[in-house]
Write a protein that binds this ligand. Sequence first.
Ligand SMILES: [Zn+2]
Length: 251
Amino acid sequence: MNSVKTLTTVAAFCWCAQVGASEAVHWTYKGATGPQHWGELSEEFGSCKWGKNQSPIDIRTENLLEVDLPPVSLDYRGATDSVINNGHTLQVNVSGDNTLTAEGETFQLSQFHFHSPSEHRIDGEAFPLEAHFVHKNEKGEIAVVGLLFQSGEASRDLSMFAESSPREVGKQSSFEHPLSEVLAIPLSNITTYYRYNGSLTTPPCSEGLRWFVIPVAATISAEQISWYIELIGADARGPQPMNARLVLHGN
Ligand SMILES: [Zn+2]
């Protein structure tokens, strides 16, 4: 019995921002170890409770700072290696030359993963799925591109992962494909996006991350979302206070 194969068109991954996250401390998305308590679970998780620049956020369009933002370009020439079900998300590990060029700097893709429902909201509205592409530059600074998926047709990109996604927590499956084949979403020269400074959305909630949130013209089906929720569970942290921050918007 291979229940994964019966869910043919499933697609949902979660690239959670696991970079630097401590896996030693058990945390979850609900109950006593849920997001409201992350900051108390470990001293390392203090930013989850005390941070002033936390992610995700609810992007309020009436408060945007409209500016001339330079285009963001993702140039992914490498390949995927494996898919991991770490209990918090489905994470896809990659190899090769996969760059994000933004704000005059070059970042290399570390991994990507998914959240359902979306973590970022726009005017209070959550989306069915958000993909996080986590990048680092030579200084170790992190830039995350968040892609917001709409409800609609099944996503071909996501369905490619479905058959390879491990059902069991902690398991990893081989998944070797050129990224150009896996990701059909146009990712070069993106001029419409939201830019703000935030944090990892998972413990230890480290700050100093550059966030680029992009409402892409990509869809995911209800069936695919059901598959993801059955496999991983809802894995979105709620919106965090804006405090003194601004969201820049380029058009
Ligand atoms: Zn994430």
